[in-house]
Design a protein around this ligand. Structure first.
Ligand SMILES: [Zn+2]
Length: 137
């Protein structure tokens, strides 16, 4: 493979099929896949961080700030469907960086529509959405 840019481009055009085959082989390697997984993990964490910052970084009901417990609650429901629609990363499901990016844009456009809640408060919030708010003593 020539170093000079123009020669490289000419070489690429002349050897397009060989190059494509080499590229496909490279993408099948464990090393490449691990690299891509690592990037996806980083980008996901970055997007989640932006969302946490935007929503105040602590549970909006009880105030706990342990990020391992914090979840994003759709105040009017529909969170599961929203995630399924937005999270269709290649081969992915669940909370990809695409979902977090989409959710951040969505939350910015609709103040109050996404609440940052801890896992316990989130369970209660979902229960209240389904059954109405009740005091259980
Ligand atoms: Zn809470």
């Amino acid at each position: 493979m020539p170093r000079d840019r123009e020669k490289y481009n000419a070489w690429m055009r002349a050897n397009r099929h060989r190059y494509a085959e080499a590229e496909r082989a490279r993408r099948r390697t464990d090393r490449y896949r691990a690299h891509e997984r690592g990037r996806a993990v980083e980008r996901r964490a970055e997007q989640r961080r932006k969302l946490l910052d935007f929503l105040g970084g602590r549970c909006q009901r009880c105030g706990i700030a342990d990020e391992r417990l914090l979840q994003f609650h759709h105040a009017n429901g529909g969170g599961n469907q929203h995630r399924r629609e937005a999270a269709t990363a290649p081969g992915g499901k669940g909370t990809s960086y695409r979902y977090y990016a989409e959710l951040l844009a969505w939350a910015r456009e609709r103040p109050g529509s996404v609440e940052l809640l801890c896992a316990n408060c989130h369970i209660l919030a979902e229960w209240e959405l389904e059954h109405g708010r009740e005091d259980i003593a």
